[in-house]
Structures are given as structure tokens and as C-alpha cells.
Design a protein around this ligand. Structure first.
Ligand code: ATP
Ligand code: MG
Ligand code: MG
Ligand code: MG
Length: 482
């Protein structure tokens, strides 16, 4: 079953249960100072749960584009290293705004997984909230009772607040959740250890696919809970993980979409997939990141040096560095790859088709621009690393991290990643201090000078030495006279 079919089966299953299919909200969030990107399916429906708005349709189903690279949910360090966390992913969801509750949500999730998708019941586990006396939240025995109609009781696992209690914030709507996990290990692996003991243990093959949240409480300012007058269902299932299960794979990157993307990078780089862990990570990262970048641009967020734009630039430079250094691709590769992505996903997401040229051009320009300083930056980093090793120093100083940032356009987290690859750490505080000094300097500079732009005089030869900085109010392009 290809990705499109898996997605549309989900939507049509819930449509048949009287849900309205709605399109994904844009991944980029505008007008919300607390959030740059949608990181869960519930975000566009927040106002219904808060009681600030009333839903026109009480039952809704969708696939929501999510990005988890900053804030509360930051999976960036896992991406490519593990096989089941992406930066951007699709979260399939069904929603009840004050309509059906646990009984239906549980029964339908079970029917969909086992009958429509045909997942073997012997491979499924569910978790329910065990309760927390100190916090005054009871065990979710209702869920337990509904689940046991479908699944053997010894496959129901009680789990703690961290995994099975959802809260929007310090205050506001919250409730227990139930999560569905699938054991996709080989028969041989299954003989060794009981799958049950691996649930919620970050095992790549005993994996969480679906989270059903039962919003039934309101947390008040004093921390106590009260019952909500209307209860809601909020569910989220990772489409790529579901596809991995249904396509009989053991990695999200082995599903059809990612195989096509990885295949393209393999063709361009000449490095095969599945031969070496270091190059495999690079291939996975690139296949993952191109999707996050292309969708962000389609949703109106161009790479830049501040805010959400800088998040996208960081992802892009991370991918470019993997391609350039690890896979030795010294020609633009992300831009041609975005073309393949658009071919694959443009039908389900017309915003990709509509912005095709923009996406390809913006990515190409970003790549070309980073290529200008990347080679020198890598060389500088090599020198720093070998000096560190010579002096038996584990931590790279903040000023050096800043130099890489300022002169070579290396985002902090890229330097941190490259340091980690060399078994070193970086001094984040020192970096932030150096960055602040630079900001103060440019602020005082603008207070004397009225124009924010450094003119390049035509009659003098210039050598490009630094990437341009757009820090809220100042743009400085750094050139040295030669
Ligand atoms: P995990 O514990 O694996 O990090 P989670 O508990 O953080 O997942 P939820 O917030 O419950 O995830 O999101 C609902 C579903 O979305 C998950 O069950 C999973 O299928 C999927 N999902 C979550 N994070 C990612 C990600 N980074 N990449 C791909 N799918 C994800
Ligand atoms: Mg997570
Ligand atoms: Mg989890
Ligand atoms: Mg979860």
C-alpha cells in the first residue's frame, strides 16, 4: 500500500463515521508569539478546546503537516540517526469537539488498524494512564475497560504522566491518553525478549504509532483539576510510521517516498544506501530535510537570518553540510531533490505544485550561497578540532563557535553537531556571549549611522569574507578590501 493510499484510507474511514475531511493547516504559524511551527495536529483546533470558539463540524479528520525542530518538541538530534523521527511529518488525526468520546475513539482506532489496514493483533500493545495520586489525577480505568473489549488484558500497559497524560500548558484543557504501539521485530528477535517490556523504551522496532488523547479536565491556576463540561477527542498518528508498519519495513526511510528520495541522492553522490552508517545518516537526513524545507517555503516561510526563517536556514545548511562533506556532493543537490519531492507529494499537497519554481529557486540560491563559505568553514573546523585534540581539550570555545557562525555562516547547532561527530562539545554560553557583543556593537553602529547597508564601492576589489546577517533591524554584508 503506497503512502497516498494509506493516507486516503484513514481519511475515508473517518469520513464514513461522519467526520468532515479538512485540509492541513499551513505548517508555518503566523500571529502566535508562542509558536513558530505547528508541532501537533491539535494546534489548529486549540481554540475549540480552550472554549474560545465553537466548532462548526463536531467531527473532523485530517492529515496535519507538523515540524518538530524547536521548543517543547525538538526531535532534530534524532533525525537520521534513528529511523522513526522526522523533522517534518504528517500527523493523521480524528477529532471530536464535544461529541463522541473514549468508547468510539478506541473502537474505531482498533477497527481501522486491525481490519482496514490488517495489522496483526499479536503485534499490538496499548498503554493507558496509570494515575498520579500526588497530582490528584485518577487512573484511566474507563479506557482500560474499553480496550479490554478488543485486546488481551496482558497487552494493556499502564504508563506514567510523562507518556500518557497530555496538557496544553501549565493551565487549561488536559487529559489522559492511550497510545498504540506496534512490534515490528523479526520472529527471531521476538523470541529473545518479550515485546511488552520494550514498549515506551525507545526501541526502534517496538514503536508508538498512535496517540489518542481524551480531553476531559481543565487545570486551574492553583494546579487543581476540574471536569470539563464538554469532553473532546484529539488523536495523532504518524503517517510515515504507519506506512513503515504496513509496508513491512523496519525503518521509516524504507517506505516508498523516502526510497525514491534516497535513490535520487544515491544517484547523484554515488554512495549506496545500507553500506555504511555514516553515509546512511547523511542520506536519511537529506531525504528528511528536503521535505521540511520545501513545505516551509510552500507555506510562505523563506529561509532567513531571524525567527522561523532561521530555523529553515539551519535545517537547510545542516542538509547541505551532510551532502557536501559526508557525501562529497559539491554541486547543488537539494534543489534537484526538491523537484523529485514535488513529483511525489504534489498531488496530495497542491501548495507544492503551485510554488514549484519558487521552491527550487530559493533552495538553489541558499545552497549556492552556503557553498561559498562551507569549504573554508570545514577547513577551519578541522583546524579547531585538531588543535583541541592536541591540547586534549574537550570543549570548543564560544569565540571559535562564533567565528564559524559569523564568518562561515555555520549555525550554532551545525558546529555542535560537527563537534559531536569528532567527540567534542561546544561552549554554548560563550557563543551566546559573543553573539550578544556583536548585536550590541551593530546596534550602537546603527544609532550613529543612518544607512543599514554597507556600500560596496565599484572601484575597489572586494573579497567575500562573511555571510550576511539580518538581525531584526540591521543588515550587514561583510567584505574586505583587497
Ligand atoms: P515519540 O515518543 O516517538 O517521540 P511522541 O510521543 O513525541 O512520539 P506524539 O506527540 O504523541 O509523539 O505524536 C503523535 C504521533 O506522531 C506519534 O505517535 C508518532 O506516530 C508521530 N510522531 C511524533 N513525533 C514524530 C516525529 N518526529 N517524526 C515522525 N513521527 C512522529
Ligand atoms: Mg517525541
Ligand atoms: Mg511518546
Ligand atoms: Mg506520544
Amino acid at each position: 500500500m503506497r503512502l497516498e493510499e494509506i493516507r486516503s484510507k484513514f481519511l475515508s474511514y473517518f469520513e464514513a463515521k461522519e467526520h468532515t475531511i479538512v485540509p492541513s493547516a499551513p505548517m508555518v504559524v503566523k500571529n502566535d508569539p508562542t509558536l513558530m511551527f505547528i508541532n501537533a495536529g491539535m494546534v489548529p483546533f486549540k481554540e475549540y478546546f480552550l472554549g474560545n470558539a465553537v466548532a462548526k463540524n463536531k467531527r473532523v479528520t485530517d492529515t496535519q503537516k507538523c515540524l518538530r525542530v524547536s521548543g517543547k518538541h525538538n526531535d532534530l538530534d534524532e533525525v537520521g540517526v534513528d529511523t522513526y523521527h522526522h523533522t517534518m511529518f504528517e500527523m493523521l488525526g480524528n477529532w471530536s469537539f464535544g461529541d463522541y468520546f473514549k468508547k468510539e475513539a478506541i473502537a474505531w482506532s482498533w477497527e481501522l488498524l486491525t481490519e482496514v489496514y490488517g495489522i496483526n493483533k499479536e503485534n499490538l500493545y496499548v498503554t493507558i494512564f496509570e494515575g498520579d495520586e500526588k497530582d490528584g489525577v485518577p487512573r484511566d480505568s474507563e479506557s482500560y475497560d474499553f480496550w479490554k473489549e478488543w485486546i488481551d488484558e496482558d497487552r494493556i500497559i499502564e504508563a506514567n504522566k510523562e507518556d500518557n497524560f497530555w496538557e496544553m500548558g501549565e493551565m487549561g484543557p488536559c487529559g489522559p491518553c492511550a497510545e498504540i504501539h506496534v512490534d515490528i521485530r523479526s520472529d527471531e528477535e521476538k523470541q529473545k525478549v518479550d515485546g511488552k517490556s520494550l514498549v515506551n523504551k525507545d526501541h526502534p522496532h517496538v514503536i508508538e504509532v498512535w496517540n489518542l488523547v481524551f480531553i476531559q479536565f481543565n487545570r486551574k491556576a492553583d494546579g487543581s483539576l476540574e471536569k470539563l463540561p464538554a469532553t473532546h477527542i484529539d488523536t495523532g498518528m504518524g503517517l510515515e510510521r504507519l506506512a513503515m508498519v504496513l509496508q513491512g519495513k523496519q525503518s521509516n526511510y524504507d517506505i516508498d517516498l523516502f526510497q525514491t528520495l534516497i535513490g535520487q541522492v544515491v544517484k547523484q553522490s554515488g554512495f549506496e544506501y545500507g553500506k555504511d552508517e555514516t553515509t546512511d545518516i547523511a542520506l536519511r537526513v537529506i531525504a528528511d530535510h528536503v521535505r521540511a524545507i520545501a513545505f516551509s517555503i510552500a507555506d510562505g516561510q523563506l529561509p532567513s537570518n531571524t525567527g522561523a526563517g532561521y530555523v529553515i536556514r539551519r535545517i537547510l545548511r545542516r542538509a547541505v553540510r551532510y551532502g557536501y562533506q559526508t557525501l562529497k556532493m559539491h554541486e547543488p543537490f537539494l534543489s534537484p531533490l526538491s523537484k523529485v519531492l514535488i513529483q511525489e507529494m504534489g498531488e496530495a499537497f497542491p501548495e507544492l505544485e503551485d510554488n514549484k519554481t519558487l521552491i527550487e529557486n530559493v533552495i538553489r540560491e541558499e545552497e549556492m550561497s552556503f557553498f561559498k563559505t562551507l569549504e573554508q568553514g570545514i577547513k577551519r573546523m578541522d583546524v579547531i578540532i585538531s588543535n583541541q585534540k592536541e591540547q586534549q581539550q574537550k570543549e570548543i570555545q564560544g569565540e571559535q563557535v562564533f567565528e564559524l557562525y559569523d564568518t562561515y555562516g555555520f549555525p550554532f547547532d551545525l558546529t555542535e553537531l560537527m563537534a559531536r561527530e569528532a567527540g567534542l562539545s561546544v561552549d554554548q554560553k560563550g557563543f551566546e556571549k559573543a553573539l550578544q557583543v556583536q548585536k550590541d556593537r551593530s546596534r550602537s553602529a546603527t544609532s550613529i549611522k543612518t544607512d543599514d547597508w554597507t556600500e560596496i564601492r565599484k572601484d575597489e576589489k572586494e573579497e567575500f569574507i562573511g555571510y550576511d546577517h539580518l538581525e531584526a533591524e540591521v543588515k550587514i554584508t561583510r567584505y574586505r578590501k583587497v
